[in-house]
Ligand binder design. Structure first.
Ligand code: IVH
Length: 695
């Protein structure tokens, strides 16, 4: 194929794919099968790999939409040009001295250290070509990352175009996506109102945000980027890492100014001591200092171990801790009836905020800790911005203190609590009569990610106390007169509320499915089920067997769904919501992967492939198959790469299950070739497993 032919085909494919994306995501009315869509995308990726100069950051291969979620993962996976490694770390200054001494034995001339903060976010690798941002990959497993370019474009301090001169024609620069504390607090407040689980810390929030399917939502989350590493292979023109970062800053890239070039280990120690306290004033999280031997030539000589460079070490700060007293323990009832013990604490200042409460998670953890009212407890915040009680100071226990008794009845309605098998929490089963649960469900129903009707807790209280609203369908029967009879309500407020309810009748089916609050069915599961089944009716008829077959749906979620649709009260309520005009189906159902060449087959993936194993498993799903981890007589074949598990091979021989090679597999599904970009060195897969990383 000539370059001109490729230009034409690439442009046609991009147009076609974008048009299909629009039909699928915007109009909810796909016109091609998922299979055909995947093939177009695959072809485009092949062409871009063959003609890298025609690849562009805004190509649809860099921002595959959410339809691929349940089939091939949300994002295109790509191999890192250089593996994204971890850092050796220590909490001990003497080990930093040992690090310097070891390096000194290999480098015989004097050397300097580049000292930097250790930023606590989600790793990112950006590629710039001819001064323009080309792509952004997450760390993934260190060898292969997710292409999150579309999401990165919404982070305001990442330049799309570089300024100044002297930047390499093609280079990677790595760093961290951070969520500043204020953005984190805002996000968690919103999540609480929406009934979503809050993020445990800014790092989780940053990496969760990077993986969102809606780039506009990512852009609204207030993420920032800081960059700290250019692989030395990409910058042969620089002598030192510190100077390369200075240059990167001059090209407009976000590089922290809180770096220091140190001439001796004494200066390094001063830097560490200074930042141990100063970092608390920074608006984003850091968890240590990174000390790097500065000369790139020295770095090359020192090289790498299997998982980290020998030219750098991370000194980690100890998590901040405080001692405070337990004033009382509350038992909170959530909208699903789950009862959570919460300790009220004597307010104590810790890492920038006042800590007053801490969850004790569940009865078992509370007992294991042997926590009592009046106890002095250690509270830690470290990376976990939500404070955690890490232990009880038994030596300070007051005589006569009592073991707290976990309630046996609901603190709100008095119904005996139940605990289902394998569940950590106790539940109040009185979902129909328990006021706290009812109000929680009503609030959840209207929340932003569900029906998106602006309404606070106080309004719910008013509507509930008056007896106007008991179940979601009651909202759609509220009259203007009823609203105006509530204390403090004026015309404008009533109109706005009614208008907002009217608008909610148009809210898409996936959101309605989330809004009705089936236990264990969060936003992502609801979206996946809506797309898969297309309508409430189809979903309500699904058998347990059908439900557990779905990836990401375990027994517990399946049982919850199955029972929900067989509960006569829920069925009546669903009918009322349907009559109120809510969306109970997607406009057009996306064809499922059921008609793919692997449909009906159960496949075990084992060994090392030219793609990552996860990617191979994704291919199995996208072509209609099902993954399984164990070989049995139900196994259709083993997709065997290099060095497949010996136990699996033995079992396959015993049962007469066929082994299919990677090449045969591609033939089977009609895929022309191996990975879209780089070939992964099979060795790497075993070198850098996720467990080695300390993130
Ligand atoms: S240098 C070859 N510098 O910490 C290793 N990493 O715990 C290049 N990190 O994987 C990494 N701040 O994601 C480097 N100033 C900094 C850093 C930093 C945070 C992260 C990075 C690394 C992890 C190791």
């Amino acid at each position: 194929m000539t370059k001109n032919e490729a230009i034409k085909e690439i442009s046609a494919l991009r147009k076609q794919i974008e048009e299909n994306n629009r039909k699928y995501y915007v109009e909810n009315a796909p016109v091609v099968s998922d299979y055909d869509y995947d093939r177009m995308l695959q072809r485009l990726a092949e062409l871009e790999a063959q003609f890298p100069e025609l690849d562009k950051a805004d190509s649809p291969t860099h921002h595959v939409g959410s339809d691929l979620q349940e089939k091939t993962g949300n994002f295109v996976r790509r191999a890192h040009k250089y593996p994204m490694l971890s850092l050796g770390n220590t909490y001990n200054i003497s080990e930093v001295e040992d690090f310097a001494a070891r390096a000194g034995k290999i480098i015989d001339t004097p050397f300097t250290y580049s000292c930097e903060l250790k930023f606590d976010g989600a790793g990112i690798s950006l590629t710039y070509r001819n001064g323009e941002l080309l792509s952004a990959l997450t760390r993934g497993d260190g060898t292969v990352g997710d292409d999150v370019t579309a999401n990165i474009l919404g982070i305001s301090n990442i330049p799309r175009k570089l300024k100044g001169k002297g930047y390499p024609e093609h280079f990677e620069i790595r760093g961290e996506i951070l969520m500043p504390y204020d953005s984190f607090e805002r996000l968690n407040n919103e999540r609480e109102v929406d009934g979503d689980e809050p993020f445990a810390n800014p790092r989780n929030a940053a990496s969760g945000s990077l993986k969102l399917l809606d780039s506009a939502e990512v852009a609204s989350r207030g993420l920032i980027c800081t960059l700290y590493h250019i692989p030395s292979e990409d910058i042969p023109m620089f002598e030192g890492h510190f100077q390369a970062l200075d240059a990167a800053a001059s090209w407009g890239l976000p590089v922290s100014a809180d770096r220091k070039l140190c001439n001796s280990i004494e200066e390094v120690k001063d830097y560490i001591n200074y930042w141990d306290t100063e970092r608390k004033k920074l608006p984003y999280p850091t968890d240590g200092v990174v000390i790097k031997i500065n000369s790139l030539d020295h770095q090359r000589r020192l090289g790498y171990t299997a998982k980290s460079p020998r030219w750098a070490v991370a000194y980690k700060f100890k998590a901040e801790e405080a001692l405070t007293r337990v004033l009382s323990i509350d038992y909170q009832v959530g909208r699903t009836g789950a009862v959570t013990p919460v300790a009220n604490l004597e307010p104590v200042f810790l890492s920038g905020t006042m800590v007053k409460r801490s969850t004790l998670n569940n009865a078992d953890l509370m007992r294991a800790m042997d926590i009592r009212v009046g106890d002095m407890v250690r509270v830690e915040k470290g990376g976990e911005i939500i404070p955690k009680i890490t232990g009880v100071e038994l030596s300070e226990r007051m005589p006569g203190s009592l073991v707290p008794v976990f309630p046996t009845v609901c603190p709100d309605c008095g119904t005996p609590l139940v605990r289902e098998e394998e569940q950590a929490k106790y539940y109040c089963p009185n979902s129909i009569g328990c006021r706290t649960q009812i109000k929680g469900r009503l609030l959840h129903f209207l929340s932003r990610k569900a029906m998106n009707v602006i309404c606070g807790e106080a309004t719910i209280d008013q509507l509930f106390e008056r007896g106007y609203v008991r179940k979601p369908s009651d909202f759609y029967r509220l009259s203007r007169k009823q609203l105006l009879s509530l204390e403090g309500w004026k015309d404008k407020m009533a109109d706005r509320f009614l208008d907002s309810l009217e608008q909610s009748r148009k809210v898409s089916f996936d959101k309605v499915l989330f809004a009705i609050g089936i236990r264990h069915v969060g936003q992502t599961t609801a979206a996946m089920l809506a797309r898969r089944f297309g309508s409430m009716e189809a979903l309500s008829k699904a058998s347990m067997e059908e439900l557990v077959q779905i990836e990401d749906i375990g027994e517990i979620v399946a049982a919850s769904l199955f029972n929900y649709f067989r509960n006569p009260q829920e069925a009546e309520e669903l009918q009322r919501l349907k009559d109120a005009g809510l969306q109970f189906s997607m406009e057009i159902v996306a064809p499922s992967a059921q008609d793919g060449p692997l449909s009906g087959m159960t496949i075990v993936v084992s060994g090392v492939f030219s793609r990552s194993r996860d990617e191979m498993k994704d291919l199995v799903i996208s072509y209609g198959g099902k993954n399984s981890s164990g070989v049995s007589n139900k196994t259709s074949f083993i997709l065997a790469g290099e060095k497949p598990g010996p136990e699996k091979v033995r079992k396959a021989e015993e049962l007469g299950v066929r082994l299919v090679s990677e090449a045969e597999f591609y033939d089977m599904i009609g895929l022309a070739q191996a990975p879209a970009q780089e070939t992964i060195d099979p060795e790497d897969e075993d070198y850098y497993p996720e467990s080695l990383f300390d993130m």
